[in-house]
Design a binder for this molecule. Sequence first.
Ligand code: SAH
Length: 213
Amino acid sequence: MDEQTGYEEFIRQIVAAGVTDPLVLAAIRQVPRHLFVPEILCAKAYSDSPLPIGLGQTISQPLMVALMTQLLRLKETDRVLEIGTGSGYQAAILSLLAKEVITIERLYDLAETARVRLSQLGYPNIQVMVGDGSLGWSVSAPYDAIIVTAGAPEVPKNLLQQMAPGGKLVAPIGARTHQTLVLVEKTMTGETIWHSHGACAFVPLIGEQGWQV
Ligand code: SAH
Protein backbone atom coordinates (compact mmCIF):
# COMPACT_ATOMS: atom_id res chain seq x y z
CA MET A 1 0.00 0.00 0.00
CA ASP A 2 1.51 3.37 -0.94
CA GLU A 3 1.50 6.23 1.52
CA GLN A 4 -1.49 8.07 -0.01
CA THR A 5 -3.69 4.95 -0.10
CA GLY A 6 -2.67 4.18 3.47
CA TYR A 7 -3.62 7.68 4.57
CA GLU A 8 -7.05 7.59 2.89
CA GLU A 9 -7.71 4.19 4.48
CA PHE A 10 -6.77 5.71 7.85
CA ILE A 11 -9.36 8.51 7.41
CA ARG A 12 -11.97 6.02 6.13
CA GLN A 13 -11.61 3.91 9.30
CA ILE A 14 -12.08 6.96 11.48
CA VAL A 15 -15.25 7.97 9.59
CA ALA A 16 -16.57 4.39 9.72
CA ALA A 17 -16.13 4.41 13.50
CA GLY A 18 -18.46 7.38 13.84
CA VAL A 19 -16.27 10.47 13.55
CA THR A 20 -18.21 12.66 11.14
CA ASP A 21 -17.46 16.20 12.35
CA PRO A 22 -15.85 17.81 9.26
CA LEU A 23 -13.71 20.14 11.38
CA VAL A 24 -12.26 17.21 13.35
CA LEU A 25 -11.58 15.25 10.15
CA ALA A 26 -9.91 18.30 8.59
CA ALA A 27 -7.66 18.67 11.65
CA ILE A 28 -6.73 14.95 11.52
CA ARG A 29 -5.84 15.34 7.83
CA GLN A 30 -3.73 18.40 8.56
CA VAL A 31 -1.49 17.12 11.38
CA PRO A 32 1.35 14.86 10.13
CA ARG A 33 1.20 12.00 12.69
CA HIS A 34 4.43 10.48 11.32
CA LEU A 35 6.34 13.47 12.73
CA PHE A 36 5.04 12.72 16.25
CA VAL A 37 6.41 9.15 16.51
CA PRO A 38 10.00 7.86 16.75
CA GLU A 39 11.55 7.80 13.25
CA ILE A 40 11.79 4.01 13.27
CA LEU A 41 7.97 3.79 13.56
CA CYS A 42 7.22 6.36 10.84
CA ALA A 43 5.85 3.73 8.44
CA LYS A 44 3.26 2.69 11.05
CA ALA A 45 2.01 6.21 11.77
CA TYR A 46 -1.11 5.90 9.60
CA SER A 47 -2.39 2.66 11.04
CA ASP A 48 -5.07 2.90 13.70
CA SER A 49 -3.00 1.89 16.70
CA PRO A 50 -1.21 3.46 19.63
CA LEU A 51 2.59 3.46 19.24
CA PRO A 52 5.41 3.64 21.81
CA ILE A 53 7.02 7.08 22.27
CA GLY A 54 9.57 6.13 24.96
CA LEU A 55 9.57 6.07 28.78
CA GLY A 56 6.80 3.44 28.68
CA GLN A 57 4.28 5.90 27.20
CA THR A 58 2.29 5.86 23.94
CA ILE A 59 0.84 8.18 21.34
CA SER A 60 -2.90 7.37 21.51
CA GLN A 61 -4.80 5.41 18.87
CA PRO A 62 -5.87 7.94 16.18
CA LEU A 63 -9.50 6.88 16.36
CA MET A 64 -9.54 7.64 20.09
CA VAL A 65 -7.92 11.05 19.45
CA ALA A 66 -10.63 11.81 16.88
CA LEU A 67 -13.52 10.56 19.06
CA MET A 68 -12.39 12.49 22.15
CA THR A 69 -11.88 15.64 20.10
CA GLN A 70 -15.33 15.29 18.52
CA LEU A 71 -16.96 14.90 21.96
CA LEU A 72 -15.54 18.28 23.04
CA ARG A 73 -17.36 20.14 20.20
CA LEU A 74 -14.69 22.85 20.28
CA LYS A 75 -15.31 26.45 19.24
CA GLU A 76 -12.53 28.68 17.92
CA THR A 77 -12.82 30.87 21.02
CA ASP A 78 -12.31 27.94 23.43
CA ARG A 79 -9.46 27.57 25.91
CA VAL A 80 -8.47 23.93 26.34
CA LEU A 81 -6.53 22.04 29.02
CA GLU A 82 -4.97 18.69 28.10
CA ILE A 83 -3.56 16.32 30.72
CA GLY A 84 -0.86 14.02 29.30
CA THR A 85 1.06 15.77 26.49
CA GLY A 86 2.93 12.60 25.43
CA SER A 87 4.06 13.22 21.84
CA GLY A 88 2.05 16.45 21.48
CA TYR A 89 -0.13 14.98 18.68
CA GLN A 90 -3.47 15.40 20.45
CA ALA A 91 -2.50 18.94 21.47
CA ALA A 92 -1.71 19.77 17.82
CA ILE A 93 -5.17 18.57 16.71
CA LEU A 94 -6.87 20.55 19.50
CA SER A 95 -4.90 23.69 18.67
CA LEU A 96 -6.37 23.82 15.15
CA LEU A 97 -9.90 23.88 16.56
CA ALA A 98 -9.54 26.15 19.60
CA LYS A 99 -8.02 29.46 20.61
CA GLU A 100 -5.46 28.19 23.08
CA VAL A 101 -4.24 24.84 24.43
CA ILE A 102 -2.42 24.33 27.70
CA THR A 103 -1.04 20.81 27.95
CA ILE A 104 0.62 19.24 31.02
CA GLU A 105 3.05 16.32 31.06
CA ARG A 106 4.55 14.78 34.21
CA LEU A 107 7.68 13.45 32.48
CA TYR A 108 10.12 16.26 31.76
CA ASP A 109 11.82 14.56 28.78
CA LEU A 110 8.55 13.93 26.94
CA ALA A 111 7.36 17.48 27.64
CA GLU A 112 10.61 18.91 26.30
CA THR A 113 10.56 16.78 23.12
CA ALA A 114 6.93 17.75 22.50
CA ARG A 115 7.61 21.44 23.15
CA VAL A 116 10.47 21.53 20.61
CA ARG A 117 8.47 19.51 18.06
CA LEU A 118 5.34 21.69 18.34
CA SER A 119 7.36 24.86 18.04
CA GLN A 120 9.31 23.59 14.99
CA LEU A 121 6.13 22.42 13.26
CA GLY A 122 4.46 25.76 13.97
CA TYR A 123 1.69 25.44 16.57
CA PRO A 124 1.94 28.83 18.28
CA ASN A 125 -1.16 28.53 20.48
CA ILE A 126 0.05 25.56 22.58
CA GLN A 127 1.84 25.88 25.92
CA VAL A 128 3.52 22.74 27.30
CA MET A 129 3.85 22.59 31.10
CA VAL A 130 5.58 20.03 33.33
CA GLY A 131 3.69 18.91 36.40
CA ASP A 132 1.03 16.70 37.94
CA GLY A 133 -1.95 17.28 35.67
CA SER A 134 -4.25 15.30 37.97
CA LEU A 135 -4.38 18.56 39.93
CA GLY A 136 -5.19 20.56 36.78
CA TRP A 137 -3.56 23.94 36.15
CA SER A 138 -5.40 26.36 38.35
CA VAL A 139 -3.60 29.58 37.37
CA SER A 140 -5.20 29.59 33.91
CA ALA A 141 -8.59 28.12 34.92
CA PRO A 142 -11.45 27.95 34.07
CA TYR A 143 -11.30 26.01 30.79
CA ASP A 144 -14.00 25.56 28.16
CA ALA A 145 -12.72 22.05 27.51
CA ILE A 146 -10.56 19.58 29.45
CA ILE A 147 -9.21 16.35 27.96
CA VAL A 148 -7.43 13.71 30.01
CA THR A 149 -5.36 11.35 27.85
CA ALA A 150 -4.32 8.94 30.63
CA GLY A 151 -6.64 6.60 32.55
CA ALA A 152 -7.79 7.61 36.04
CA PRO A 153 -9.69 5.77 38.79
CA GLU A 154 -12.16 8.68 38.91
CA VAL A 155 -12.45 12.17 37.44
CA PRO A 156 -10.02 14.32 39.48
CA LYS A 157 -12.06 16.79 41.51
CA ASN A 158 -9.70 19.67 40.71
CA LEU A 159 -10.49 19.18 37.02
CA LEU A 160 -14.25 19.35 37.68
CA GLN A 161 -13.64 22.60 39.57
CA GLN A 162 -11.55 24.04 36.72
CA MET A 163 -14.32 23.58 34.10
CA ALA A 164 -16.04 26.75 32.94
CA PRO A 165 -19.86 26.92 33.07
CA GLY A 166 -21.00 25.38 29.76
CA GLY A 167 -17.67 23.52 29.55
CA LYS A 168 -16.92 19.89 28.68
CA LEU A 169 -14.46 17.32 30.03
CA VAL A 170 -13.55 13.98 28.48
CA ALA A 171 -11.52 11.34 30.32
CA PRO A 172 -10.88 7.56 30.42
CA ILE A 173 -12.15 6.42 33.83
CA GLY A 174 -11.95 2.96 35.42
CA ALA A 175 -9.35 0.28 36.16
CA ARG A 176 -5.61 0.66 35.66
CA THR A 177 -5.60 -1.35 32.41
CA HIS A 178 -9.01 -0.60 30.86
CA GLN A 179 -11.48 2.23 31.21
CA THR A 180 -14.74 3.79 29.97
CA LEU A 181 -14.60 7.03 28.05
CA VAL A 182 -16.58 9.54 30.14
CA LEU A 183 -17.91 12.91 28.98
CA VAL A 184 -18.88 15.44 31.67
CA GLU A 185 -20.79 18.60 30.75
CA LYS A 186 -21.09 21.50 33.18
CA THR A 187 -24.30 23.50 32.86
CA MET A 188 -24.39 27.29 33.09
CA THR A 189 -25.62 26.87 36.66
CA GLY A 190 -22.70 24.59 37.59
CA GLU A 191 -24.36 21.15 37.66
CA THR A 192 -22.54 18.28 35.96
CA ILE A 193 -24.13 15.84 33.51
CA TRP A 194 -22.26 12.56 32.89
CA HIS A 195 -22.30 10.34 29.78
CA SER A 196 -20.44 7.10 28.93
CA HIS A 197 -18.90 6.60 25.50
CA GLY A 198 -17.62 3.03 25.37
CA ALA A 199 -14.53 1.09 26.33
CA CYS A 200 -10.96 2.27 25.94
CA ALA A 201 -7.44 1.50 27.23
CA PHE A 202 -4.99 4.24 28.20
CA VAL A 203 -1.73 4.31 30.14
CA PRO A 204 -2.36 5.30 33.78
CA LEU A 205 -2.69 8.86 35.06
CA ILE A 206 -0.01 8.93 37.78
CA GLY A 207 -0.50 11.61 40.39
CA GLU A 208 -2.14 12.91 43.52
CA GLN A 209 -5.65 12.53 42.06
CA GLY A 210 -4.77 9.56 39.83
CA TRP A 211 -2.89 6.30 40.49
CA GLN A 212 0.17 5.89 42.69
CA VAL A 213 3.35 5.19 40.65
N1 SAH B 1 -1.95 12.82 24.36
C1 SAH B 1 -0.74 12.07 24.06
C2 SAH B 1 -0.79 10.65 24.53
C3 SAH B 1 -0.64 10.57 25.94
S1 SAH B 1 -0.14 9.08 26.73
C4 SAH B 1 -0.37 12.15 22.60
O1 SAH B 1 -1.12 12.74 21.80
O2 SAH B 1 0.70 11.65 22.25
C5 SAH B 1 -0.41 9.69 28.37
C6 SAH B 1 0.61 10.65 28.87
O3 SAH B 1 0.15 11.11 30.13
C7 SAH B 1 1.99 10.07 29.10
O4 SAH B 1 2.94 10.81 28.41
C8 SAH B 1 2.19 10.17 30.62
O5 SAH B 1 3.52 10.44 31.00
C9 SAH B 1 1.28 11.34 30.95
N2 SAH B 1 0.82 11.42 32.34
C10 SAH B 1 0.50 10.43 33.20
N3 SAH B 1 0.10 10.94 34.38
C11 SAH B 1 0.18 12.30 34.28
C12 SAH B 1 -0.10 13.38 35.16
N4 SAH B 1 -0.53 13.20 36.43
N5 SAH B 1 0.09 14.64 34.70
C13 SAH B 1 0.54 14.86 33.44
N6 SAH B 1 0.82 13.88 32.57
C14 SAH B 1 0.63 12.61 32.97
